[in-house]
Ligand binder design. Structure first.
Ligand SMILES: NC(=O)C1=CN([C@@H]2O[C@H](COP(=O)(O)OP(=O)(O)OC[C@H]3O[C@@H](n4cnc5c(N)ncnc54)[C@H](OP(=O)(O)O)[C@@H]3O)[C@@H](O)[C@H]2O)C=CC1
Ligand SMILES: O=C(O)C1=N[C@H](C(=O)O)C[C@H](O)C1
Length: 270
């Protein structure tokens, strides 16, 4: 028991927060010691395991990460960009490692994460599932073979509650493809089309976003030529795939020196 890695989960009442509490509860090598909710939440004091549906785990929800700072080794954050940045600053001050799954950060916010990573180890990954991380590798191969001549479009579908668009996963798909083509995604991305758009510019990468029902997360990259098209699709059918990935990341990040890491490094895919 004493060798267990002590982890904190921020946003423990969220869709992912509850999954992370459950994933930690069934993983013998980690010990969930801290779980937080939004400041002033009516859930303060409620047992995190009870809320996640895994029974009492003896961890009461708190709205103050700083008062629990000595009680954990690694923080997992799947919250919002604003909350995530303040959690990272606190962890930087106290030299705690962080695993970040939160998406929707601006360029400036991403740069701030990079600065914090000069002092602590951070795994920052818009998708922690094995399949998506493998898909990013497959996209490199597809781009190498078809990228210069095919029309490339990225499609994603998520549940009605998702707040950011396109998804972090879709944006990373675009980055992987653009990098392989030596293009800057900022210059070639087209985020939706409407009206008299003119013919398709062959250098662009299009994005289409759908928000509907309870879809956990579907992503497709389309490479279309005249006469054939290749579609590379990933579909999540359980959030536990992200939860398990996050558990792998906490165990990995705690062994690393300061730096900014991604999930492909955690999984040994690069
Ligand atoms: N990397 C990956 O593999 C994945 C990433 N994600 C990303 O994770 C993030 C969360 O997604 P999801 O769980 O669906 O969203 P939710 O809105 O369900 O969860 C976010 C939670 O964070 C809480 N929160 C907000 N501010 C704070 C704060 N200051 N302190 C503590 N808790 C706070 C919210 O509280 P309240 O309920 O009071 O608003 C909410 O419960 C998104 O950015 C999403 O894109 C999602 C799935 C996989
Ligand atoms: O908000 C979600 O649900 C998800 N968000 C991540 C993203 O933005 O890519 C990962 C996954 O697709 C689920």
């Amino acid at each position: 028991m004493t060798n267990q890695l002590r982890i904190a989960v921020a946003g423990a009442n969220g869709r992912m927060g509850k999954i992370l509490v459950e994933a930690a509860a069934v993983d013998d090598s980690v010990n969930l010691t801290v779980a937080t909710v939004r400041p002033g939440s009516s859930l303060i004091g409620v047992d995190a395991g009870e809320l996640a549906g895994v029974g009492n785990i003896g961890v009461q929800l708190s709205d103050d990460l700083s008062s629990n700072i000595d009680d954990f080794d690694v923080l997992i954050d799947f919250t919002s960009p604003e909350a995530c940045l303040s959690h990272i600053s606190l962890c930087e001050k106290h030299r705690k490692s962080v695993v970040v799954g939160t998406t929707g950060l601006s360029e400036q916010e991403l740069a701030n994460v990079g600065l914090s990573a000069q002092h602590i180890a951070i795994v920052f990954a818009p998708n922690m599932s094995v399949g998506v991380n493998l898909m990013w590798k497959l996209l490199e191969v597809a781009t190498e073979v078809m990228g210069e001549y095919a029309d490339i479009e990225i499609q994603e579908t998520h549940h009605r509650h998702k707040k950011d668009a396109p998804s972090g996963t879709a944006l990373k798909m675009g980055e992987v493809i653009a990098n392989k083509l030596n293009r800057d995604l900022k210059d070639v991305a087209v985020y939706g089309r409407e009206g008299l758009t003119g013919e398709r510019d062959s250098k662009t990468i299009g994005f289409a976003t759908t928000r509907a029902g309870d879809v956990i997360g579907d992503h497709t990259a389309l490479f279309a030529d005249l006469g054939e098209r290749l579609e590379i699709t990933h579909k999540s059918s359980s959030r536990m795939t992200y939860g398990k990935g996050a558990m792998r990341a906490v165990k990995w990040v705690v062994e690393q020196p300061s730096g900014l890491y991604d999930m492909q490094q955690v999984l040994g895919l690069k």
